[in-house]
Unconditional design. Structure first.
Length: 70
């Protein structure tokens, strides 16, 4: 069985059917790649807030407000 594409009435690709053997192979490769890199630890990326006594939730809200202001 090969990869099969699903098309809508207008000929646009809307989905795909992947054989389970290929799916398992891809899943295993992704798992191996994650294991090689190590799990992602968000605490490594706290940046300038790491050593400051800052309310991170409050700061993130204020930064978000900067983007939503019009």
């Amino acid at each position: 069985m090969e990869v099969q594409y699903i098309y809508d009435e207008e000929g646009r690709q809307t989905g795909v059917i992947v054989p389970i053997e290929l799916w398992n192979k891809i899943s295993n490769l992704k798992k191996l790649a994650r294991e090689e890199k190590g799990e992602w630890d968000p605490s490594k990326y706290r940046g300038i807030y790491k050593n400051l006594k800052v309310d991170v939730t409050k700061e993130s809200r204020s930064l978000r407000d900067e983007w939503t202001r019009t």
